[in-house]
Design a protein around this ligand. Sequence first.
Ligand SMILES: [Zn+2]
Length: 146
Amino acid sequence: MEHQLATGDRMRAWGLHQECVLCGEKDEKRDHLFFGCPYSYTLWDKLASRLIGPGINPDWNDNLMMLQTRRFTTVDKVLVCLLFQATIYHIGRERNARRHHKGPQTVEQVIKLTDKAIRNRISSLKYAGDHKLGGLMSRWFEVNGI
Ligand SMILES: [Zn+2]
C-alpha cells in the first residue's frame, strides 16, 4: 500500500496523467519532453544536428552519454554545453507558459529565441579573436542550422 502510494506520487510528480502542452500527446512521461516530444525534438535537431553530426536522436540518456563521451574541439564543446542548457531552458519555459495559458509560440519562434540567447551568452563571454574561444560566434553561425 505504502509502495503503491509512493509510486502514485512519483507518477504525478512526472505529470504522467497530464497531456503534453507542446504536442498534445496524452501521457507526458519523463522522457517525452527531452526529446521524445516532436516539438522539442524539432528544436534540438534544428539547432544541434550540424554541430553534433551523426548520432543525434530523441533519447535523453543517449544525449547525455554523447555529451560526456564525444570528443569535440574546445570551441564545439563549449557550444554544445551552451546549446544543451539553452534548449532545456527554452523548452521548459514554453511548457510553463502554455500551462499558464500564455502563448503559444511556434517551434520556429522558440528556435529563434534559443539561438538569440546563445548569441547573447557568447557575446557576454567577451573572448577576443586570438583567445582559444575567440571563434565561438563564427562557429555558431556556421553550425546553428537556421
Ligand atoms: Zn509533446
